[in-house]
Write a protein that binds this ligand. Structure first.
Ligand code: NI
Length: 169
């Protein structure tokens, strides 16, 4: 059974670190990806970035399938926006911001590049949910959170509520 990792919760400052590029495609990288997938499934999430488990590498795991049987791993992902005017609005959630969903608009025409666990390069122009999800997760690798897209007033309210809730536990 893979290890279950602790997910950092907003406003933990470690969520603001910028992740480093993966250069070693070894066994420990596979082990981390497995542990992240296990952690993501356990938390009922659809995506998780290494930053969220306090490992500052450019590694993302995701499963957007209905039956939770399509685990995907994206290493060193980057994207180019192909059309700034074509937007996809989606109510996003985040395992690091439990209990909150926010409607966020992101470009939906992107050209995505990434590597797999063996270091092979891939390229795709995704559609639908994957397009916005991968942008949300790549933001994590840059130390950026979905609450950065909403008003500071609203963000502050979320921060206070989460701090209060987690003190009570
Ligand atoms: Ni997130």
């Amino acid at each position: 059974m893979p290890e279950k990792l602790k997910i950092l919760i907003f406003p933990d400052p470690r969520l603001r670190k910028v992740a480093k590029k993966v250069t070693k495609f070894d066994k420990s990288l596979k082990k981390l990806a497995d542990a992240m997938l296990h952690t993501m499934y356990d938390a009922n999430g659809i995506g998780l970035a290494a930053t969220q488990v306090d490992r500052h590498l450019r590694l993302i795991v995701m499963d957007l399938s209905e039956n939770k049987d399509d685990p995907r791993v994206f290493i060193n992902p980057t994207y180019k926006i192909l059309d700034n005017h074509s937007l996809y609005e989606f109510e996003e959630g985040c395992l690091s911001i439990p209990g909150f969903n926010e409607l966020i608009s992101r470009p939906d025409k992107i050209d995505l590049k990434w590597q797999d666990l063996d270091g092979n390069e891939h390229n795709d122009k995704p559609e639908g949910l994957l397009t916005v999800c991968i942008q949300h997760e790549i933001d994590h690798l840059e130390g950026k959170l979905m609450v950065d897209y909403i008003s500071s007033l609203k963000r502050d309210r979320i921060r206070k509520k989460i701090i209060r809730d987690f003190k009570r536990k």
